[in-house]
Design a binder for this molecule. Sequence first.
Ligand code: GDP
Length: 321
Amino acid sequence: MSAERFLVTGAGGQDGRYMLGRLAADGAEVHAMVRTRSSAEELARRAPVAVGHVVDLTDAAATTALVAELRPTHIVNLAGITSVARSWAEPAETADVLGVGPVSLMEAAWDLTQSGHDVRFVQASSAEVFGDAEEVPQTEQTPLRPVSPYGAAKAFAQTMVRVFRDRGLFASSGILYNHESPERPESFVSRKITREVARISRGLSDGLTLGNLDAERDWGYAPDYVDALLLIARAERPGDFIVASGESHSVREFVDAAFRHVGIEEWEPLVGVDPAFFRPAEPNRQIGDAARLRALGWRPSLGFAELVGLMVDADLRALDG
Ligand code: GDP
């Protein structure tokens, strides 16, 4: 078997960090593409095995040059500087990074295959592509009907993955539902909740303010989703694969599980609601059916309550130093 050489974009984010760890453990040669020098320096501290490259994915020429020079066997695109919430504030930048960026990578990968070098491309797509979903749960056949700038850009990228696949490139999408971990920034509701609940439990805070408590998500554990992407990268055939737990829970249930984990049952007086945190539009019920991926052997390692508990425990440990 020829040695694997991975190029991972967005390597400084939650999923990137887990992926570099997994790949290093697998003995692969790992190249990490990050946007800023400071991310590269952080990466050098956290994942010294990976070789850092400072390239902005929106710079198509630099991206193409990097792929041509490295001649990777696998490219995993995790780059995305924006969250769904932020994509409303920066829709054009969102389209550039999430929509056009992957196309630059696939074009560069296609050029390599034309010169006789095999390279596989894996796109981290998102449940946001389904938006106002026609069916629940969603499968790989569910029509794409995004309702946010983030979802629209990811839907374009996912469609281009299929177009390149039809052209002959080994190109796949993992359609990732929400996946959380202690590495999640607090701009996401999961970490915002677990960090504040940990602070409340230690007497450092007297409450937290959230948006729509009735919003529901299919939440999973980020390392399991990174494993899914690697399974897809190494699969026999390319395709689109839903990566999801198959269960949905409301933000209210997340809050309840977090407070229960620290022994607080009467949490309502501690939680305020501010319409400023509401979204202009919310996707319909996001629940994924990962049957196709399960057929490849994928299994999530943690359930919902365990995930919430693990995140609260990590935040408690960080506070206790
Ligand atoms: P997303 O699915 O990628 O947008 O992940 P988020 O964690 O940012 O949001 C998940 C859901 O939580 C969305 O439906 C939000 O409307 C809802 N939500 C409720 N309160 C908050 C909050 O205070 N912050 C965030 N980020 N989301 C919130």
